[in-house]
Design a protein around this ligand. Structure first.
Ligand code: GAR
Length: 195
């Protein structure tokens, strides 16, 4: 029997590579939402915590290899079948190929743990970003939510949220501050962008 209620919801597909705390936070935010649902969590990393967490929550999961993303249309075809309204990158570390950008224009968003254009670009993710921010003794930092284009962290900015940094800020306190911003704002921005 068809579940017409859930089928009429707008679908989010989350791409994640690592821990997946944002992915799971987004899932919980939309779990009882009337119009939007997280339909799938997708990862290139078979052993990732995100796939384990999503699996435990009975979210539909897909694992793919780099080859499926870059050398064939295998993953693109799977995603086309799901017909997502929005693709959400949450700690996803691979580059999105142009075939995806062409198929989903302005429908792929990413979150980055700094105030872009500062501390962005290839190889800048997670702890590496935080270490640079601390090294440069920034007085404030924050998060950027942006559309994805062909270059790492360069797509049109949708929203930025700031936080003050203390003189004695360390890796874990900075990480906590940034995650708090991510958990509060990423789901709300997704809700707004999906329309
Ligand atoms: C998040 O802080 C996100 O901003 C960052 O990876 C973390 C993933 O955490 N993304 C990037 O650095 C992208 N360049 P999570 O797996 O616990 O959600």
């Amino acid at each position: 029997m068809k579940d017409s209620k859930s089928n009429s919801k707008k679908k989010i597909i989350i791409f994640a590579s690592g821990n997946g705390t944002n992915a799971i936070n987004i899932y919980h935010y939309f779990r009882d939402h009337k119009e939007i649902e997280v339909s799938h969590v997708i990862s290139n990393n078979k052993k990732s915590r995100v796939l384990r967490r999503a699996h435990d929550l009975k979210i539909k999961c897909i694992h793919f290899d780099k080859e499926d993303l870059y050398e064939t249309n295998a993953l693109l075809e799977v995603i086309q079948d799901i017909q997502p309204n929005l693709i959400v990158l949450a700690g996803f570390l691979l580059k999105i190929p142009s075939s995806f950008l062409a198929e989903f224009p302005n429908r792929i968003v990413n979150i980055h743990p700094s105030l872009l254009p500062k501390y962005g670009g290839e190889g800048m993710y997670g702890e590496r970003v935080f270490k640079k921010i601390l090294k440069h003794r920034e007085k404030e930092s924050g998060i950027t939510i942006h559309y994805v284009n062909q270059n790492y962290d360069e797509g049109e900015i949708i929203a930025q949220y700031k936080v003050d940094l203390e003189d004695n800020e360390n890796l874990s306190s900075l990480e906590d501050k940034i995650h708090a911003l991510e958990y509060e704002y990423y789901p709300k921005v997704i809700e707004r962008v999906i329309g």
